[in-house]
Structures are given as C-alpha cells and as structure tokens.
Design a protein around this ligand. Structure first.
Ligand code: SF4
Length: 450
C-alpha cells in the first residue's frame, strides 16, 4: 500500500544522489531495510551518515507496540526537522493515519514489504544517477548488520492469530520463500565472509506450509520447503546457523538431531509468552506447557548443551496472581538459559484489548520485576556451571588486549556476551577458544587460549 502525500519535485543535484536511512524495529524489519538499501545502492545512491547532507530520508518504522510507535514518530520528527524530505515505510505505514496527522508534509508513506513503492518514492524525490556500468553492489547485497553475521528471512507473515498481536493484520498470512532461493542467499552471505546466519520469520517452524513443502532447485538437487530440510542444507555451509522464533511442535525434534550432530547451533528461540493455561487460551496460544517441559527434557537428553531462549508477557488481561505464580513455577522447572519479559501493552487493533480483567500498570510492573529477579537466579546458576569450560567464542568487537564475543548460546543483541582477555590481537568474525573464569547472570568473562 502506498500513499503519496505531497507533490514531488525532483531535486537538482551534483554527484551521486544521497539517501539517509533509519531502520527501526525487529530483525525482520532490518531485513526489509537491507533489501531497500541494496536496491538503492545498485542504482548508484549513496548512503549518508546524517540527515542533513541527504537528498531524501527513508524511515523504516515499527508499529508493534505503542512504545515502538512513539520511537518511530520521534524518528520521523527528527528527519523532518533536519531534512524535511522524508519517505516513511514499515509496519506503521500500514495504518498511516497517526503519521499523516502529525506530519502532513511527508513525501510518501508505504506499508511493510512495499520495496518497489519505497524505491519509486525515492526515485520521485531524487532520480537515480544513470550509469549503465555502475556496479556498486556486492552479490550478497548490502547488510546493515556487522559483516560477520547476517539475518536470513525465510518467510513473511503468520497464520496464527495471537490475540495480542497485529502482525498478521499488518503483514498478512504466511508466505514462505522457496528453499532454493533462501539457500542461494545464504550461500552468497557465507562467500562474503558471514560466519553466523540467524534464521528469522514470524513462525520459523511453520516454514513451507503455504507452499505445501514444495521442492525447488538448489545446485544439483531439489530441496523441500521444510524447516528441517532447510536447516540441514544451511548446516552444510560452514557457518554458525541459529534458529529464531521456533514453536515447540513435534517436528522440531528433527532439527534437534542436526544440533546433536553439530550441524546447527544448539540454540532455540521459542517465544512461549506464558505458562498458565487460562492466559495461554486467552492469548490463543497452544496451552500445554507440561508437554513443552517434556519436550525440553527430551531435547536436552539428546543435546545436553542446548540453550533455550524464550520471551513472556506479564500483566495480560485476566492474568491473576495464581496464573503469574504458575509462570514462575514453570520457569523454575524449565530452567531456560535466556528469558525476555514484557509488560502487556495494548496495541491498537489487537483483539486482546477487549478482553476483561485489565491488569493495573503498578501490578504489571511489580510482576515484571519479580519475574526478572526470579529468572536471574536461575540464569546465574546455569552460567556458573560454565566456569572452567573452554568454549568457542565468535568475536564481535576488539580492543587492546580485550575483545567481546558470543558463545553458541548467545544471539547478537538479545543474549549475553563474553568479555575476553587476550595476549594476541583478535579479529572481528574470528572464532577463538576462551577459558571461562567468571560470570554473572548474563555475561561470561574469560581468557583466549587458542
Ligand atoms: S505467532 Fe502470534 S505473536 Fe507471532 S507473529 Fe504470529 S500472531 Fe503474532
């Protein structure tokens, strides 16, 4: 969906046209941004660091929570103040009313995944430099993440209808990319130096359902659009492969075998949201957390080093103190390595807003603090057991005599870090062995030993 708001007069220019790009929101939005930037770079556009020197600013917004919307509106306001020629895209663009009310002079607004519309709006604002010999784009595209890791989006949209979520409304039902296409992109990333591939989507374990798991060509073979087949092929590429947004369905057992064989990372990011059956039912999520515990136990028997990450919502409408206690008890049993918690926020358009039993903000806050403190004790015990181990660590940042990196159990940005002391210079993207000497609930500290 595109909405053009102001008549566009293309700006005269000297040299390459310049775009300033702001990318907000989740890794999925980041992948959208990378596609847009890759396209613009292929046409000779330059990226600027600040808005002031740009011919046009593109803001990729996030509209999932009200706090994310506020951040998006701030970013648009900054772009308008510093530049004044602004194209808005992303989740908030799907319902442009809030934006146009505050910023009637935007050049254009497009919805999520509307790559062509964003590019067309940029063309209208400042035409591309025409140079048929222009070849500014490396084959793997332009990535906004550091060179040694990259997100790989395998599908768009979602067939679930969780009552707190408007993503299916914003992004539509599940649309999976053919396996061959995903694998070719992954191959290019690895050839370009990527050491870690982070597989993302709204619901990774549902991958391929919409395609009826149809096979597509990759190299000399046909690969089915099935979660396990895709993971198996990715596991042969020589990079770390990390799976995000997986649901604990029975067929996930098959990727556990790949983890046991060391083909993909022993890591699963499973957004469970709650543990109490009445809350899960109100959320319209599968309500069988006992089964989930059994499944976790079986997975850990097969892969003792498996790290499970999850996220939870506290203060969902109707959540009682007893429900919340069920969640704490469940966490004590589940012993998750990493937990993210969110206070329930009413998202405009979400079905959950009309549910009875709104939880007062003060109680949400109190429960959030209790959950975090509870989980901190669990995570600290897990971390402590890692002292003395020699672990492979992927280096993210380097300093003099120090570096920061991550173990196989830690995804960038959301999980912990390893603070590394070293007697020799390390390189970003290198995997080194680190002896772990100290820890807290989140991070590890150690010395590079090889
Ligand atoms: S699984 Fe639920 S929370 Fe996740 S995108 Fe789909 S509807 Fe939203």
């Amino acid at each position: 969906m595109t909405e053009t708001l102001a008549p566009l007069a293309a700006r005269p220019r000297s040299g390459a046209p310049k775009v300033s790009f702001v990318s907000l929101g989740c890794p999925k939005a980041l992948v959208d941004s990378e596609r847009i930037v890759t396209h613009l770079r292929s046409e000779g556009y330059e990226l600027t660091r600040g808005h002031a020197g740009a011919d046009v600013v593109v803001v990729n917004t996030c509209g999932f929570l009200d706090s994310a919307k506020a951040e998006s509106l701030d970013a648009i306001g900054k772009a308008m103040a510093e530049n004044g020629r602004v194209v808005v895209t992303g989740c908030m663009g799907a319902e442009p009313g809030d934006i146009t009310e505050r910023f009637p002079d935007l050049l254009a607004i497009t919805g999520p995944q509307a790559y062509e519309s964003v590019v067309a709006a940029v063309h209208a604002a400042i035409p591309p430099a025409h140079d048929p010999h222009l070849d500014l784009v490396p084959p793997q595209g332009i990535r906004l993440t550091p060179r040694h890791y990259a997100y790989l989006k395998i599908s768009e949209g979602c067939n679930n209808r969780c009552t707190f979520c408007i993503i299916p409304h914003l992004r539509g039902d599940l649309v999976s990319r053919p396996a061959g296409e995903v694998l070719r992109e992954a191959e290019k990333l690895v050839k370009a130096g990527v050491k870690e591939i982070l597989v993302i989507s709204q619901d990774t374990s549902a991958y391929g359902q919409d395609l009826r798991y149809a096979a597509s060509p990759f190299k000399d073979r046909e690969v089915r659009a099935k979660f396990v087949d895709l993971a198996r092929e990715l596991g042969e590429m020589g990079a770390w492969v990390r799976l995000h947004y997986v649901y604990p369905y029975p067929h996930v057992d098959e990727v556990i075998d790949l983890m046991a064989a060391g083909k993909i990372l022993p890591y699963l990011d499973i957004p469970l949201q709650h543990a109490a059956a009445p809350v899960l039912r109100a959320m319209r999520r599968p309500a069988s957390q006992e089964k989930t515990l059994e499944r976790f136990a079986a997975w850990r028997r097969a892969v003792p080093d498996l790290a499970i990450r999850s996220s939870f919502i506290v203060g969902f409408p109707g959540e009682t103190e007893a429900d919340f206690q069920v969640l704490l008890d469940w966490l004590s049993e589940a012993k998750l390595d990493r937990v993210g918690a969110f206070r329930y926020e009413a998202v405009r358009g979400a079905v959950a807003n009309d549910l009875p039993g709104a939880v007062p903000e003060a109680i949400k806050d109190e429960r959030w603090h209790r959950l975090m403190a509870h989980q901190q004790g669990i995570a600290a015990r897990i971390q402590k057991a890692r002292i003395g181990r020699r672990l492979p660590v992927l280096i993210d940042e380097v300093g003099v005599g120090t570096a920061r990196g991550r173990t196989k159990w830690d995804a960038p940005e959301i999980d912990g870090k390893v603070h590394v002391r070293t007697n020799w210079p390390l390189r970003v993207g290198e995997i080194v062995t680190v002896k772990i000497e100290a820890t807290d609930a989140y991070d590890l500290v150690g010395t590079a030993v090889g």
